[in-house]
Design a protein around this ligand. Structure first.
Ligand code: AMP
Ligand code: MG
Length: 411
């Protein structure tokens, strides 16, 4: 066991993330899945276009296909000789002076190079009257204009979005290779914790952290196991860790990571793993353990509910991204005007919970979500962003500019 930070020498979040980044293993293993199960998964093989996209020249509009050589200096008329429908191409020959009714996505007849929108012509029986200044080469889609045959469709490490899945489907790719899911186990520690549904004796509280963690871990790249609540009992926690480390990539515990009398995690891990105990310069979430038990990564998070959420999001999530094959991702952060005073002492980077809004003219404003204690879930539940304050920052005056990190893209 190593305790590398003294009280007045806290480890910065950036340094902690760098240490974690350096020590994480590269996880091997992939699986074949079909597109219907691909959302959010990470590609383990690059996807190459088996054919041109689009596979044939076609119309981008409902209108009339014609050849630009037929355009004259003033208005002109072309003879209508047939129709090209989407999925039912025109099969005849088109001569000069002729045109074809065409619909969006229909094959552009080989002899033609332009389309005019139907709203711009006068159709009278078999003659189509084109206006003065009809442009050449408009409203057509060329073969391969989206993707050329053999080009890279998607690279290794791409986390698949709905658009990616559409791209793969349009190229006719149905089965793809992705990184295997991370196997994650978690448990809570604490003699005071009771399961929901039980009558609480004095001194007991419901175990909320496991439910929070289970919700945070809902992700197409993870498969998780809830190992339940452990009492503050050395042997039981040790057994649990040793067993879980055999068949998981990551174990997350909450509680018992600090140096209180009943905080066994530190002691146990000295026997069974290589674990560092950090005092992080962040608030909420100062005590944190990170290391390896065999091939399994271990994160010992603090017990306070808001510290669990903040350390999971700021410390564990980047590690899970790396293990999933996603590489380094950055949370979206931007500036907002702070419309309430914020209280802060210098020394730790803070992730205060805030309520972000956008004015009619598009400026971002944020106010504190209320009490900032690491046990106060209710204020955090009203929040929709972190207000990220650097270590040196002290109290923030109204109308100061602050950095915010939204929880979602919808506010
Ligand atoms: P600890 O880190 O074990 O000293 O716990 C710090 C605080 O978090 C204490 O007030 C605990 O009661 C509380 N706590 C620990 N684990 C949980 C949990 N699973 N659910 C809710 N509160 C917890
Ligand atoms: Mg405890």
């Amino acid at each position: 066991m190593r305790d590398i930070c003294s009280h007045n020498n806290l480890l910065s979040l950036t340094d902690a993330l760098e240490r974690i980044h350096q020590s994480l293993p590269v996880l091997s293993g992939e699986e074949s899945i079909t597109l219907s199960h691909a959302l959010g998964r990470v590609l383990s093989q690059e996807c190459i276009a088996p054919a041109d996209l689009p596979p044939f020249p076609n119309s981008a509009m409902d209108g009339y296909a014609f050849h630009s050589d037929d355009i004259s200096d003033s208005a002109f008329s072309l003879k209508l000789v047939g129709t090209s429908w989407a999925g039912k191409p025109f099969s005849g020959q088109v001569q000069r002076g002729e045109c074809v009714r065409i619909f969006t996505g229909a094959v552009l007849p080989e002899a033609l190079d332009s389309v005019i929108m139907q709203e711009e012509v006068n159709a009278l029986d078999a003659w189509i009257h084109f206006p003065n200044k009809t442009p050449a080469g408009k409203h057509t889609r060329t073969i391969g204009e989206d993707v050329k045959k053999s080009a890279l469709l998607l690279p290794i490490g791409k986390q698949l979005t709905a658009t990616d899945i559409g791209l793969l489907a349009s190229a006719g790719l149905y089965e793809i290779k992705v990184k295997r899911k991370l196997r994650i186990a978690f448990f809570s520690t604490g003699d005071e914790l009771s399961p929901i549904g039980s009558e609480l004796a004095l001194g007991q509280i419901y175990d909320s952290n496991r439910y929070t963690l289970a919700a945070l871990l809902v992700d197409p790249c993870y498969r998780f196991n809830d190992l339940g609540v452990m009492p503050d009992d050395k042997d039981k926690i040790k057994d649990c860790l040793v067993t879980a480390a055999k068949n998981h990539d990551v174990i997350i515990s909450t509680g018992g990571a600090s140096v209180g009398d009943a905080d066994f995690i530190q002691e146990i891990l000295t026997d069974i793993g290589q674990v560092d105990f950090w005092k992080l310069a962040i608030k909420p979430g100062k005590p944190l353990a990170f290391g390896q038990i065999g091939k399994c990564c271990f994160f010992g998070l603090p017990g306070n509910p808001i510290s669990v959420i903040a350390t999971f999001q700021q410390v564990v999530t980047p590690a899970l991204h790396q293990l999933s094959g996603l590489g380094l991702k950055k949370a979206l952060r931007f500036q907002a005007t702070c419309k309430s005073p914020l209280f802060k002492k210098s020394g730790r980077q803070e992730f205060q919970r805030g309520i972000l809004s956008q004015t009619e003219s598009g400026e971002f404003e944020v106010i504190s979500a209320g009490k900032q204690g690491s046990n106060i879930l209710s204020a955090s539940s009203r929040a929709n962003c972190y207000i990220v304050l650097n270590r040196e920052q002290e109290n923030v005056a109204i109308n100061s500019t602050v950095l915010v990190e939204p929880f979602t893209t919808w506010i």
